[in-house]
Design a protein around this ligand. Structure first.
Ligand SMILES: Cc1cc2nc3c(=O)[nH]c(=O)nc-3n(C[C@H](O)[C@H](O)[C@H](O)COP(=O)(O)O)c2cc1C
Length: 210
């Protein structure tokens, strides 16, 4: 299948059949998520991957009781940093120096610039910025799964504070912002299986300026 065919094939699945997704495919989706671009390359989020049945059911209760939360194979919770700290910023710049094996003056200046702005900024503003990066990664995860013929549901329909409590995220300096159920569509029971995709005409979205 070509790119557009695969993106056309995916849809926000409403019922999954409980079939397990192989670990190598989950690893590929996670790799794609980690390869997503993020602002300043900070990757300011973590992904919690849940297969435990009881835990999925517990999270379903605070997720508008959406069936896919329990019936998916793997439930990905995207948890963004609650704020930017010096340590979090330094870790990324130090890692860059380590991997590239050199210190780049421009990069060091950029590190200082971020250190002079982000840690002092309002925590909520920092969290919202971090969450936006998690959404970019979510999108990459959705596309990667479609490429592998795996179904997904992106989900904001849950109570983040309650999910944070269940997973003890606040203690780790994280806040849940979006979820992705991963599995296989339940062809018998998903009312959306054969529905046509709905998108506004492209020209309502795009303006070309030459
Ligand atoms: C950030 C985000 C949150 C969403 N939350 C939910 C959700 O909680 N439950 C759900 O069934 N669908 C959810 N959706 C799916 C959208 O309704 C769906 O992507 C949209 O209607 C377009 O349809 P398609 O993805 O099937 O092409 C969400 C999508 C996004 C991007």
């Amino acid at each position: 299948m070509e790119l557009i065919e695969k993106l056309q094939w995916r849809y926000a699945t409403k019922a999954m059949n409980g079939q397990k997704v192989d670990q190598d495919k989950i690893d590929t989706i996670l790799k794609a998520i980690s390869l997503a671009p993020t602002s300043s390359g900070l990757q300011p989020f973590e992904v919690i991957v849940i297969t435990n049945t009881e835990l999925k059911k517990e999270i379903q209760k605070v997720s508008w009781n959406q069936p896919v939360v329990a019936d998916c194979s793997h439930l990905f919770i995207f948890a963004a940093w609650d704020t930017y700290t010096e340590a979090r910023i330094n870790r990324v710049f130090d890692l860059t120096n380590e991997i590239r094996g050199s210190k780049d003056e421009r990069l060091e200046n950029y590190r200082q610039k971020l250190l002079s702005v982000y840690p002092q900024r309002d925590e909520e503003e920092n969290f919202q910025h971090a969450a936006r990066q998690a959404y970019i990664a979510l999108s990459q995860g959705l596309s990667a799964a479609a490429f592998l013929g795996i179904d997904t549901t992106p989900m904001e329909g849950f109570e983040p504070e309650k999910v944070d409590q269940i997973l003890n995220l606040r203690e780790k300096g994280l806040r849940s912002c979006v979820m992705m159920a991963v599995g296989y569509r339940d062809i018998e029971n998903d009312r959306l299986v054969d529905q046509k995709k709905v998108r506004k005409p492209i020209d309502e979205m795009v303006t070309f300026i030459n």
